[in-house]
Design a binder for this molecule. Sequence first.
Ligand code: NAD
Ligand code: LMR
Length: 329
Amino acid sequence: MVKVTVCGAAGGIGQPLSLLLKQSNLITHLSLYDIVNTPGVAADLSHINTQSKVTGHVGAAQIEEAIKDSTIVVIPAGVPRKPGMTRDDLFKINAGIVRDIAVAAAKFAPKAYMCIISNPVNSTVPIVAEVFKQFNVYDPRRIFGVTTLDIVRASTFVTELIGGDASTLRVPVIGGHSGVTILPLLSQVKGTEKLSQEQIETVTNRIQFGGDEVVKAKDGAGSATLSMAFAGARFALNILDAVVAKKTGVVECTYVHLDADKQGAESVKSLIGGDIEYFSVPVEFGPHGVEKILPIGDINDYEQKLVSVATTELKGNIVKGSNFITEGA
Ligand code: NAD
Ligand code: LMR
């Protein structure tokens, strides 16, 4: 049985994400959890003639049956930004939402691969990790911050400049998931050598603040939902490919605790400094989740400067998330 639970399934991301997951034949049970509207979303999706059974669960009283024995729990639950807000401004509301879902997962699906979409990702991932530690079910190889949208955006925006096929162009994006913590490594992308430094800096900034572009365009109606659903489905399906279909060589950048592969993380730490716990890095997935943290590779002086700026902000975000659980603050 391969059960995937989407928490926040009735939302702007949750609905199209669930639709995309319904198309996978690797999933046998698609479980939709939210505090509103999941019976309707589930009834609708259940008419699609793919193999997964779809169930809908509403409210805290039904979270156990929603999450129990999940292989994967994807979390896009919580409030999105409005213009003028930072992702960190969402912490007040989303930290508690993510904590409560993490508690349910730790109790009822302690071996699940946890894919966290809810913002601020830099802090919500440490929240899930600390909850799992409190329940003695923590395994850093199974807890992921979904930063795939940054990679998807990078492929699109860079292709607009250098040409080629955006669907196959891979741009490594490391760091975290907010503004200056998002670090696209354009020097590693073939074709970018023909760009001027000004073009590099402009497109780097566009990738870092791509989320704001959507928030502004939606003008108060939320943030990225459809592109996030695409990215979230790609991420969850990558995990299923490695864990269920036993595919090898599945690689994606994702925000993890660097203990997920201590040996692999050594080369990362030499680049970013030894005292940062979580970072988005290129990961090869295997049957247990993180199989290997892959080397980041060479970065140029401009990117090295971006790393320094990113780590300062990231460290504060990480402490804020961890303390929310360990100190209730
Ligand atoms: P939305 O408001 O459209 O949907 C959120 C859903 O969460 C709603 O259906 C709501 O009922 C549900 N919800 C609220 N509290 C809940 C709880 N306690 N348990 C279960 N469900 C609950 O918002 P959205 O646009 O789908 O965005 C969701 C989150 O994803 C936001 O925090 C947003 O910032 C984040 N996001 C992250 C990325 C990323 O790249 N990681 C990209 C886009 C959006
Ligand atoms: C994004 O990158 O689109 C998301 O993190 C949503 C946001 O608030 O920008």
